[in-house]
Design a protein around this ligand. Structure first.
Ligand code: ZN
Length: 423
């Protein structure tokens, strides 16, 4: 199948069930099936609100290595009320400002250039370019979130990134020197159109910087709670290398980061025939193959391990409750939703979930309507046990909780297996 045939194939675009969303081939095997779950970042306004559930089944393409869920839920449905704000986490804020400082101080971008960020969220990253007086444009489809960056004086386009938008931006602004697309490629149902859009805006001098958790972490790190409907695709160096080439782009370097429990930063440039390739590309691709990422047998064993983790957590919740434990959650994040809904946890086991985000407080977590409270309320209710759901930022949460809870309150994380933290 040629690239042109693949792109025009009616079943390729936006699928993930029968056809690979990236390369169009049909060689998909089952990674892990989590059943029918609510949309992970969607909280309930009242305890009795109806919960809509959709299948959540990760499949892996043995041709290009792309992990994917069937896109039964449209982006318009998922993102109509988006409450995830990056600035809630001090870890993300520091990560973003460090990145921009390195970029600007290295001279990669200067005041003569401009920078595009796709999925600029609340401006937590792009705002750091202001002090270097570098022109930026953000793209953020969630209108309520885009307003936040506009309020900071940052030009923001509130649309999904498509080839049409890429062409419009190019005609109005020319090529950007740097395109940043962090934690967004996973959220794109039409990956082909997204990659074509990147290719349109990638001039001879343009660098594209993409951060995304690796599917290696889902398999090796047992991070099944990072599988959500809004994550249509699960990337690896192998799949990014193969898919970018289909669209005239070249993977030149891979940086392995600790953020989000293990992410890769992929550097792409225009495919020219004499591109530089850092040794990291081959190294990471080899590690991925050696870890059996694209071997269906490994994923069968993985599904059994996931079932064991979920069962152990449920048994622990029940036994702790029976011993008069007062169990609370911390962090009403998407990870909490995937975990709690995939075990269909009984309402009485977790008293409430605390979250620092004012946007989430007062809402309820599906499926049964566990209340989301403020951290202050959590401290007043004197929990015996607190389960920290966003394990990727557990250090900052443990530090915060330890300052405000007595030492006998036990703190836990469930991934990669239930364990006590912060002792
Ligand atoms: Zn594929």
């Amino acid at each position: 199948m040629t690239t042109n045939q693949m792109i025009s194939h009616p079943f390729v675009q936006g699928r993930g069930k029968d056809f690979c969303r990236g390369c169009g081939e049909t060689k998909l095997f089952s990674g892990v099936n989590l059943g029918n779950l609510p949309i992970a970042n969607e909280l309930l306004p009242t305890k009795e609100s109806e919960v809509e559930k959709f299948p959540l089944h990760l499949r892996v393409c043995s041709n290009c290595g792309l992990g994917q869920v069937a896109d039964v839920v449209t982006p318009e449905r998922i993102f109509r009320d988006y409450r995830y704000l990056s600035s809630v986490s001090s870890t993300f804020l520091l990560h973003a400002s460090n990145y921009v400082n390195v970029i600007c101080r290295s001279g990669m971008v200067t005041t003569n250039d401009w920078v595009l960020e796709i999925a600029s969220n609340d401006g937590y990253l792009i705002k750091n370019f202001q002090k270097y007086e570098i022109k930026t444009i953000g793209i953020e489809p969630a209108k309520n979130v885009a307003e936040m960056t506009r309020a900071l004086g940052i030009e923001t386009i509130s649309e999904f990134f498509t080839t049409d938008l890429a062409e419009r931006i190019l005609s109005e602004n020319g090529y950007p020197k740097l395109i940043i697309a962090n934690n967004v490629m996973a959220h794109v149902p039409n990956l082909i159109d997204f990659l074509r859009g990147l290719s349109i805006l990638c001039g001879p001098e343009t660098q594209i910087s993409i951060e995304n958790p690796s599917i290696a972490n889902i398999l090796i790190g047992l991070q099944f709670d990072t599988i959500y409907h809004e994550h249509y695709s699960y990337l690896s160096a192998t799949s990014v290398s193969k898919l970018s080439r289909l669209h005239g782009l070249h993977l030149s370097r891979v940086e392995e980061l600790t953020i989000h429990g293990g992410s890769n930063r992929y550097w792409l440039s225009k495919l020219s025939g004499n591109n530089f390739t850092d040794e990291s590309v081959e190294r990471v691709i080899t590690v991925e193959a050696n870890n059996g990422l694209f071997n269906s047998r490994n994923w069968v064993a993985y599904s059994e391990k996931v079932a064991e983790i979920k069962n152990n957590f449920l048994l622990w919740l029940r036994s702790t409750k029976e011993s008069n434990g007062k169990i609370y959650g911390y962090g009403a994040a998407a990870k909490a939703s995937t975990l709690l809904n995939s075990i269909n946890v009984e309402i009485e086991l977790i008293s409430a979930i605390a979250d620092a985000s004012l946007e989430k407080q007062g809402c309820f977590m599906p499926p049964h309507g566990t209340k989301i409270i403020s951290p202050r309320q959590l401290f007043l209710e004197e929990p015996t046990d607190v389960v920290i759901f966003p394990w990727n930022i557990k250090d900052e949460i443990v530090e915060f909780l330890r300052l405000n809870l007595p030492i006998h309150t036990r703190l836990w994380c469930v991934i990669p297996e239930l364990h006590e933290v912060g002792r």
